[in-house]
Design a protein. Structure first.
Length: 198
């Protein structure tokens, strides 16, 4: 069975550095930290590739009312936490873009448009994009982002898409590239390498 692109949200704010998406999803389908995604840009002529680095559940008036209620039953909690759809906002860092079936490992020429669909990358797309590790400098140079955690989460996810020797080869290559990029910051390098092998 072919894995299809899953819409995980729609763009609410954007720039060439990244985008923010919002969606109402049940809890198991929430986007996850370090997940690869893409958002349509340039009227569908390109797709901005992003890494999700921040997920927040937006203010919910009903949840506030319930939190102030004493003696909530297990049924009420379960209904709110698992059955109700929750408003979710997530931020993604731009780490490249795709145009004419080619991946480019730099910032996109234009950001996605507001309300453009945001889709999770399929396994095949993640494998194709992570064949090259040229997206790592964009992650490492990002301000106001949990860079080390995001880097290890993305590389671990990319490794999980591979099997056996291919996974080991990918992690070794990723470790070498991180060592090259972080050769002046051995403390950070140690944190990243430890995150990859755990």
């Amino acid at each position: 069975m072919q894995e299809g692109p899953i819409i995980i949200g729609r763009v609410t704010r954007c720039s060439t550095l990244g985008f923010v998406g919002a969606v109402r999803l049940p809890e198991p389908d929430l986007p996850s930290f370090g997940a690869f995604c893409k958002a349509e840009a340039q009227h569908g002529h390109s797709q901005v590739i992003g890494l999700i680095y921040d997920i927040s559940i937006e203010d919910d008036e009903f949840a506030r009312q319930m939190a102030a209620t004493e003696g909530l039953s297990p049924e009420q909690l379960s209904d709110h936490q698992f059955n109700r759809q929750v408003p979710v906002e997530f931020s993604a860092l731009a780490i490249g873009y795709q145009r004419d079936s080619q991946f480019h490992y730099n910032l996109p020429p234009q950001p996605p448009l507001t309300l453009a669909p945001i889709r999770a990358l399929t396994t095949a797309e993640r494998l194709a994009f992570t064949q090259r590790l040229d997206f790592l400098p964009l992650i490492l140079s990002s301000p106001n982002v949990p860079v080390d955690d995001l880097l290890t989460a993305a590389l671990r996810q990319a490794a999980q898409d591979r099997s056996g020797l291919e996974r080991r080869r990918f992690l070794l290559e990723a470790g070498r590239e991180c060592a090259r990029l972080l050769d002046r910051d051995l403390t950070r390098l140690h944190v990243v390498i430890r995150g990859l092998v755990e």
